[in-house]
Design a binder for this molecule. Structure first.
Ligand code: LRH
Ligand code: MN
Length: 389
């Protein structure tokens, strides 16, 4: 099958790929059963930025870091912003945290108690300030809000409370910031989740304003959900604000993006590149419970680079022609042709042109970065967290 886009054109487009890695992907993470600490784990947000800078050095495609507050809290935000710049990074989306404070057991901005809602709004307003000081242009909001039993709360009243609170926050959003609303179909809510699906997020975004958009986390859908179709719909509505890339086999597993279903990731990028519009904010959101964290992040960026490169190889004219002819498998085979193309040499050339190693994972292993930071950062590793501890 012919190649519509020359490799040179694909390389030029691929060189523009910019991914945000999550500060929390470098630190301790685990399941409700245990959190296994790893040697060399970053001791603070500055060292998390150092690890993120190493991922950018090795891939040439990860120039930003998403932060989470209060996990990344520091007294001197100026020093944090300066450190990011010093290691060649910028601050990506700011993620508020309304899911750990005990006050939010029954909800945050959906809580029946007005005082609790006011506390939650205060945190959201603080995060808007933090983003301004850090030069961040996005609030990335995920609410754990939900209920566990039918009748536990009035589902409509919760939605009204949520909307009222978000309207108050949106009204303070400086023009350079957007609000990304992430949904998740369950957990920690096991009966109802207030932002359970793309529709519930989209409807609220449309009520808030133009700079409110939906964030799609790959692990937040029921089994069998067609995520690339959701991408197409949100993109057509101009409300596709961003992604949290990861992969799952069962639930919100937060595994390495593309490690379970690389074809799905490719199809998501086929939709992202279908309209020729600029890509939305692309953020990785993973928890590396047993795998080496920096290597996991490097492999994740490589998997995204390759999925994007393959989507840029799709013969769009042939695809449209087969679709117009009702040729059921013609279009599918056009996609398979691009998906089955080995884009590793192309991606290696793009990296080399940006001064990054052609094979980032091998370069990381040969650099013995993990051994060096384990040496430098010392620190005993104990099994922390989890039930009964
Ligand atoms: C919730 C979520 C959300 C983050 C958290 C770390 O499952 O995807 O995006 O705040 O993980
Ligand atoms: Mn997420």
């Amino acid at each position: 099958m012919s190649r519509p886009n020359s490799d040179r054109a694909v390389e030029a487009t691929l060189a523009g790929l910019e991914i945000e890695t999550p500060s929390w992907g470098y630190g301790d993470s685990g399941t409700r059963f245990a959190v296994f600490q790893q040697a060399g784990r970053p001791r603070d947000v500055f060292e998390r930025l150092d690890d993120a800078a190493e991922v950018h050095r090795l891939t040439g495609a990860a120039p930003a870091v998403a932060l989470h507050f209060p996990w990344d809290h520091v007294d001197d935000l100026g020093a944090l912003r300066a450190h990011a710049a010093a290691v060649g990074l910028r601050i990506g989306a700011v993620n508020p945290n309304l899911f750990q404070d005990s006050a939010y057991m029954l909800g945050s901005i959906t809580h029946p108690d007005e005082a609790i809602r006011a506390k939650a709004v205060a945190h959201l307003l603080e995060c808007v300030e933090i983003a301004t000081e850090l030069g961040s242009t996005a609030q990335s909001l995920w609410l754990a809000d939900g209920t566990n039993y039918a009748g536990q709360d009035d589902l409509r009243a919760r939605r009204r409370r949520m909307l009222e609170a978000l309207q108050e926050v949106y009204a303070t959003l400086p023009p350079e910031q957007e609000l990304l609303v992430e949904y998740k179909f369950f957990e920690p809510g096991f009966y109802a989740t207030d932002f359970a699906d793309w529709g519930s997020s989209l409807l609220v975004c449309q009520k808030l304003g133009e700079r409110a958009k939906v964030l799609v986390d790959m692990g937040h859908h029921a089994q069998g959900t067609n995520i690339e179709q959701i991408v197409a719909i949100l993109d057509e509505e101009g409300r596709l604000g961003g992604f949290h890339f990861n992969n799952r086999k069962y639930a919100d597993d937060d595994l390495i993006v593309g490690s379970v279903n690389p074809f799905e990731l490719f199809l998501v990028f086929c939709e992202l590149t279908a309209a020729g519009r600029p890509l939305p904010r692309l953020t990785i959101d993973q928890s590396h419970n047993v795998e080496p964290k920096v290597e996991a992040m490097v492999l994740s960026v490589v998997n995204i680079q390759e999925a994007y490169a393959k989507s840029l190889l799709v013969d769009r004219e042939a695809l449209a022609a087969y679709q117009a002819d009702g040729d059921v498998l013609g279009g599918h085979e056009v996609l398979l042709d691009a998906f089955r193309t080995d884009v590793r040499p192309l991606c290696a050339r793009v990296r080399a042109a940006k001064g990054a190693p052609e094979d980032p994972v091998r370069a990381l292993r040969e650099s013995r970065y993990a051994a060096r930071i384990a040496q430098e950062r010392g620190g005993s590793v104990t099994t922390a967290g989890g039930w009964g501890r």
